[in-house]
Write a protein that binds this ligand. Structure first.
Ligand SMILES: Cc1cc2nc3c(=O)[nH]c(=O)nc-3n(C[C@H](O)[C@H](O)[C@H](O)COP(=O)(O)OP(=O)(O)OC[C@H]3O[C@@H](n4cnc5c(N)ncnc54)[C@H](O)[C@@H]3O)c2cc1C
Length: 416
């Protein structure tokens, strides 16, 4: 037996689901397959940024309208705290004057939601749709391009032949290596661990996410993100080449820091791990790659699109997912699936994401110099304008660009 869909999407994470939902809304049938059974966990910081909301809103505003109502599955996040190695805290609300706002009616900019809940919410959207067939618990290990289509086969699974495949099976994608030739390059790759914890004290009353820049994790950070029921997602990450060079064992370092570091030891005095500490890689978008070819398009982590500064990848996965779907719909219309046709997909993905990825790459490299971060933070804390700029840093690329200009720091020094 052979299944013969026009479009096969490999992986039902946010990238694959965004592609499937966009195809559905365009009236195009597709087959979405995942080796897992949902609900399933995914090692992540669980922070869902404004960009993720924006990308899904491009597909259908009803999706996040429904998510906003699910209070047991997420918390609304109203700001971000950067805490520098000298202990200085730059806390930036996503909206000005939070205490004066009625937060029960305001639309939050970001959320934190365990991926087991968020990804399952997305898969539930898939199940409600008309044009998507979902296959879970199937592991396709062989994929090859032949003249009549892309063929997938695996143990205990029916063979698939598709006109085109959207590859969205994450950071460990062998398919991206085989079809796209993408390799792991440690300079463009990050190692990170995540722990779920109970009884962490001192969380922000407006659910700010916390990024702690520490000498031990430069350039990288330790994060503490609030979760529903007073739980927390705690983790740390660093570029893979530097992890090796500095011989950092992330699990041991995280455990030691939360128990001994003066900044954390009281807050974690009664904290307990809730499940195992788990690691997972982040393929960074600090370099442009070829992300499509004959009959295939790579999406999300399979296309190495994670922000090299913030580690945010869900929004870029969703953005590349909806773009891939639009290019595939057009290709079906033209009955044309060549590498040349899909070049336009690469161009469009990088048109949306490259400027931001490039700026984040440059800032990440600047973070190699802790003295620069310390100096900037000391000055910044005295400067209202810097706070305003950093408020929009995670949403406004042009503002982020200013952070790379020497003139910006000169003006800061002069407090202008
Ligand atoms: C420690 C850590 C912290 C992070 N924190 C954040 C954060 O706070 N915010 C943020 O935005 N991003 C964060 N990221 C990045 C984010 O997790 C990813 O960028 C995002 O999950 C990418 O989505 P995706 O759909 O491309 O892949 P994934 O979410 O990895 O989904 C891939 C899917 O493919 C399936 N699959 C794999 N192989 C196969 C196969 N052979 N056949 C069928 N299915 C397969 C998997 O089961 C999975 O469901 C973090 C990453 C890590 C590792």
């Amino acid at each position: 037996m052979m299944i013969e869909p026009d479009v096969c999407i490999l992986g039902a994470g946010p990238g694959g689901v965004a592609a499937a939902l966009q195809l559905d809304r365009l009236g195009v049938d597709c087959l979405l397959i995942d080796k897992a059974v949902f609900p399933r966990d995914k090692v992540c910081g669980d922070a869902i940024s404004g960009k993720t909301v924006w990308a899904f809103n491009r597909i259908d505003e009803a999706i996040f309208k429904e998510f906003r109502g699910l209070d047991e599955k997420k918390i609304n996040c109203w700001g971000i705290s950067f805490i520098f190695s000298n202990g200085r805290d730059l806390s930036v609300p996503y909206k000005p004057n939070l205490s004066a706002l009625d937060l029960s009616v305001e639309k939050p900019v970001g959320y934190v939601s365990k991926r087991i809940a968020f990804d399952n919410f997305l898969v539930e959207q898939v199940k409600k749709s008309t044009h998507i067939q979902l296959l879970e618990n199937v592991n396709y290990t062989d994929i090859r391009e032949e003249a009549d289509g892309i063929h997938l086969s695996g143990k205990d699974a029916e063979d698939i032949k598709a006109k085109v495949v959207i590859v969205a099976n994450g950071a460990l994608s062998q398919v991206a290596r085989k079809l796209g030739g993408l390799q792991i390059e440690k300079k463009h790759h990050c190692g990170a661990i995540r722990a779920y914890m109970k009884n962490v004290k001192g969380m922000n009353e407006y659910n700010f996410i916390e990024l702690h820049f520490l000498k031990e994790f430069m350039p990288g950070y330790l994060w503490i993100f609030p979760l529903p029921n007073g739980d927390a997602n705690v983790g740390a990450g660093m570029r893979s080449d530097l992890l090796g060079k500095k011989k950092v064992n992330l699990k041991a370092a995280l455990d030691r820091l939360i128990k001994e570091h003066p900044r954390f030891k009281d807050r974690f005095a009664e904290a307990e791990y809730d499940g195992p500490v788990q690691g997972f890689p982040l393929p960074l978008g600090s370099k442009k790659r070829k992300i499509s070819g004959n009959r295939f398009l790579l999406v999300g982590d399979a296309a190495s699109l994670i922000d090299p500064l913030t580690g945010e990848g869900i929004g870029n996965a969703a953005t590349s997912g909806f773009l891939a779907a639009r290019h595939v719909a057009e290709a079906l219309h033209q009955n044309e699936f060549s590498a040349n046709t899909f070049k336009k997909y690469d161009a469009e993905v990088y048109k949306y994401l490259w400027k931001e990825l490039q700026i984040s790459t440059q800032l990440q490299r600047a973070f190699l110099y802790p003295w620069l971060v310390t100096l900037t933070s000391s000055i910044a804390l005295r400067n209202q304008r810097f706070t305003e700029i950093i408020t929009s840093m995670f949403t406004d690329v042009d503002v982020r660009k200013k952070l790379l200009s020497p003139a910006f720091y000169f003006r800061l020094l002069l407090n202008r």
